[in-house]
Design a protein around this ligand. Structure first.
Ligand code: UGA
Length: 433
């Protein structure tokens, strides 16, 4: 099939590249000329394992193209994908201006009947608004479908190629047939729904996963007080198939471009129909507060943080990505600086992005983990990069001024910690020293 993908952010780029790898002819479109030029040169604008190899392969085999020319891309497309951003407005609602603009441009450019798939995360009812907008700008028949995205950064290709399920929300039997045909090689688990339910499945899924994380983080906080170990509790809970073991890793709270945005948006969506989504509001509050446990633990060890040198390992919101959007590291570093601490930070991949995104922060960025830790009063581990898990506590102790460690992601085990001189605080586990 011939596909046009509008928007080369995480979702658009990965989906487009994966479809080309399945043998379809894909044209990826973006307004950002510089980004498109970079992609044409084989430079990948995001850090995503395996993505560059797939781009190189499929451009070389002439199945994948990049352009700023939306009209050229959509003219011949059997299926057009809208994968532009829907960032948060200041009140938490999704900003639909980019997707509305893109839909209008599509409508003005198509030259045949086609299928338009909305891949961006949009509030319930948006597909209908888009359909009305498109109808008013073209005489061609455009069959609409909502096919929400469930890929995770860092494992985006694997998630796209082996999805747990594909949700197709459409009223059009033709769109349903073509989209089932397109996705069948990926999974037999295709769920066809009405459009509004498909839109809701996306928000409900992210909100539920966020709820699991905040739930286990609160259990962790209680575990610390009653002397239980949250990793064991999560394992014991997760064995119950009704609960499931994933997304029960306690830590410093979720970040990224999706959970924070989508939870806020769902609270707003509910609010618009006079529903007070109390549970989700608490999930958001708990998540926010969880970040400050790092500060509380540092103060428990060091007292006043003024003038103290604090090493930070990990700036991205999770490993295997350079994305720093809503990363817990930001708020933690801001509160350290507010308290007069000096911050030395290291991240294997995301440091440049962090420095650029938060240029006002007075942080010393270090080229290695060791350099960030040298002569620091304490080390905080905020992202569970593999690299950190390979470093021994002996090495860390030799670098630090005093052996104080806040392990925000529980990367060290009890055996590793017991018997060392570390003042060691992790999340939801009894004090090991
Ligand atoms: C999330 C969803 O997992 C995807 O299914 C969805 O498609 C995507 O949002 C989206 O809406 O586009 P992503 O934000 O890439 O994906 O990352 P996750 O792996 O879900 O992690 C999100 C945050 O939760 C990270 O900060 C991570 O550290 C945290 N987390 C995750 C925990 O603290 N504990 C866990 O057990 C799992």
């Amino acid at each position: 099939m011939k596909l046009a993908v509008i928007g080369t952010g995480y979702v658009g780029l990965v989906s487009g590249v994966c479809f080309s790898d399945l043998g379809h002819e894909v044209i990826c479109v973006d307004k950002a000329a510089e980004k498109i030029e970079r992609l044409k040169r084989g430079e990948v604008p995001i850090y995503e394992p395996g993505l560059k190899a797939l781009i190189d392969k499929n451009t070389a085999e002439d199945r994948l193209q990049f352009t700023t020319d939306l009209a050229y891309a959509v003219k011949q497309a059997d299926i057009i994908w809208l994968a532009v951003g829907t960032p948060s407005l200041p009140n938490g609602e999704a900003d639909l201006s980019y997707i509305m603009e893109a839909a209008k441009e599509v409508a003005l450019s198509i030259s045949q009947d086609t299928i338009l798939v909305v891949k961006s995360t949009v509030p319930v009812g948006t597909n209908e608004k888009l359909e009305n907008l498109i109808r008013s700008h073209t005489g061609h028949t455009v069959a609409m479908a909502s096919v929400p995205e469930f890929l995770r950064e860092g494992s985006a290709i694997k998630d796209t190629m082996n999805p747990d399920r594909i949700v197709i929300g459409t009223r059009s039997p033709y769109a349903q047939m073509k989209l089932v045909e397109l996705h069948e090689p990926l999974t037999s688990n295709i769920i066809v729904t009405d459009v509004r339910s498909a839109e809701m499945i996306k928000y409900a899924s992210n909100a539920f996963l966020a709820t699991k994380i905040s739930f286990i983080n609160e259990i962790a906080n209680i575990c610390e007080k009653v002397g239980a170990d949250v990793t064991m509790v999560a394992e014991g809970m997760g064995q119950d198939r009704r609960i499931g073991s994933s997304f029960l890793k306690a830590g410093i709270g979720y970040g990224g471009s999706c959970f924070p945005k989508d939870t806020q948006a769902l609270i707003q969506i509910a609010g618009h129909v006079d529903y007070d989504f109390k549970l989700l509001k608490s999930v958001v509050d708990v998540n926010h507060d969880q970040r400050y446990n790092v500060i509380r633990k540092l103060e428990a060890i060091l007292g006043d943080l003024h003038g103290k040198s604090i090493a930070i390992w990990g700036l991205s919101f999770k490993p295997e990505t350079d994305d720093v959007r809503d990363t817990p590291a930001y708020e933690i570093i801001v509160s350290l600086l507010e308290r007069g601490a000096m911050v030395r930070a290291y991240d294997p991949v995301a440091a440049d992005n962090f420095r650029r995104s938060f240029s006002a922060l007075d942080v010393q960025y270090c080229p290695t983990a060791a350099e960030a830790a040298v002569q620091a009063d304490a080390l905080c581990i905020l992202t569970e990069w593999d690299e950190f898990q390979r470093i021994t506590l002996n090495d860390i102790q030799s670098w630090l001024k005093s052996p104080n460690l806040i392990d925000g992601r529980n990367i060290f085990s009890e055996e590793q910690v017991t018997g060392t001189e570390f003042a060691y605080y992790s999340v939801g586990r009894p004090n090991m020293n």
